[in-house]
Design a protein around this ligand. Structure first.
Ligand SMILES: [Zn+2]
Length: 137
């Protein structure tokens, strides 16, 4: 499992298994979530998988009113906004993800510093089921 190649497909496989896996650079130790095949810090390409706990605090967020096509298909848009946030993980890495469990029409109730916990959003069923990472305050 940990010898899976570092790419989006492996990352999605882990998510479907309910695991939050990022990468750690074997040379300088820099962490990344989502995983990257090339280190953003030293540009090394020897990466290994490491599990993330999915805990942290909300560093920034934005209300999305103009949704990309794949979100419009799910009914999101001007009348049904959603929230995307930057979460500062306890591992010291920032990651961008959907923020759920809040009323996107009343963004004033969302506060920077909230401690969200990771959850998985599931789409589809059976073999086409796909998890994506989200955070819920
Ligand atoms: Zn590195």
């Amino acid at each position: 499992m940990l010898d899976r190649p570092v790419n989006d497909t492996s990352y999605e496989l882990f998510l479907n298994e309910g695991k939050i896996m990022g990468t750690k650079c074997k040379k300088c130790g820099a962490l990344s979530l989502p995983p990257r095949p090339i280190c953003i810090s030293c540009h090394g390409n020897e990466m290994e998988w490491v599990p993330f706990r999915g805990e942290g605090k909300l560093a920034a967020f934005t209300d999305i009113l103009v949704a990309p096509p794949y979100m419009t298909k799910e009914g999101f848009g001007r009348n049904n906004p959603y929230v995307v946030g930057v979460v500062e993980l306890k591992e010291g890495v920032r990651t961008v993800a959907r923020i759920t469990g809040i009323d996107a029409k009343n963004p004033e109730q969302i506060r920077v510093g909230m401690p969200p916990k990771a959850e998985f959003l599931s789409k589809g069923e059976g073999p086409t089921r796909q998890n994506s990472l989200a955070f819920k305050p």
